[in-house]
Write a protein that binds this ligand. Structure first.
Ligand code: IPE
Length: 257
């Protein structure tokens, strides 16, 4: 099935990762407005995935993982709360978005392959409904684990073959060294075969799924012949999400094989 976009809203774009359970409401509503405009102008068939930000990572860290049943229940609880805020904002701006509980449709099999039941997503997209998935707990043959929104995006792309895979981040894209370091340069294009030479560093925040480098490593794992365009850009800068969804020029990093 071909769709227009898969958009990942990074947890750092929709929440304040320095806090606990803290939402960037002004950004969430602005983003919902941009998505709404794109929905009416150019992007009816799309999937949205959001990250865990200050709802997911601290909860996982507090419990030291998600193996413990109470940890699973708490992570799912907080992620669904965050998901409802995003879906509510989209609905408020007229986007027919629905929550799609990731833990209920994804499963990690014994070969560590990520299986998922894609029929409900396919049907929703056919009806121009916008499913909103999220980084979550994933049950699996070898136990439960955290499933990052980035991996979800790449895996979804193998079935839904989007024109564009869009990662809205809190930085402008991929830099040659950590963006907070003096002299860090934004890379216009990054090849997945060259990620070994980039000094990603650590942002010193609680992130249990590995930030920018992990995003690119998943790309290497899931890359397939139908991938057209992959863009990492800053979702906190006004207008960029709309422009990216409608295929206009956006300042950021293009990812190639
Ligand atoms: C993390 O998802 C999900 C949980 C911690 C439960 P992501 O890895 O996609 O989240 P962000 O975008 O880095 O916040």
């Amino acid at each position: 099935m071909h769709i227009t976009n898969i958009l990942k809203l990074g947890g750092s774009v929709i929440t304040d990762k320095k806090g606990h359970y803290s939402i960037r409401y002004a950004d969430v509503y602005r983003i919902a407005q941009e998505i709404s405009l794109a929905y009416s102008m150019c992007s009816k068939r799309m999937l949205i995935v959001h990250g865990g930000g200050s709802f997911g990572h601290p909860t996982v860290a507090e419990h030291g993982g998600v193996e413990n049943p109470m940890a699973t229940s708490q992570v799912v609880y907080f992620m669904r709360e965050l998901n409802m805020v995003i879906v509510d904002a989209l609905n408020a701006y007229g986007v027919p978005a629905i929550p799609m509980d990731t833990h209920a449709i994804f499963y990690r099999d014994c070969e560590k392959f990520l299986q998922f039941f894609y029929k409900p997503l396919e049907e929703a997209i056919e009806k121009s409904i916008v499913p909103v998935l999220y980084g979550d707990v994933v049950f699996g043959c070898k136990g439960s684990d955290v499933l990052s929104g980035d991996e979800i995006v790449w895996r979804l792309s193998t079935v839904f073959k989007p024109c564009r895979i869009l990662f809205a981040s809190d930085v402008d894209g991929v830099y040659d060294k950590h963006p907070s370091e003096v002299g860090a340069k934004l890379l216009d294009v990054v090849s997945l075969h060259n990620i070994g030479v980039i000094e990603f560093g650590s942002q010193g925040r609680t992130d249990v799924t590995g930030e920018m480098k992990a995003k690119l490593l998943y790309g290497l794992r899931y890359w397939h012949g139908d991938i057209a365009e992959v863009l990492i850009f800053n979702g906190l800068k006004k207008g960029r999400i709309y422009n990216a969804l409608c295929g206009k020029d956006v300042h950021g990093t293009r990812v190639i094989l």
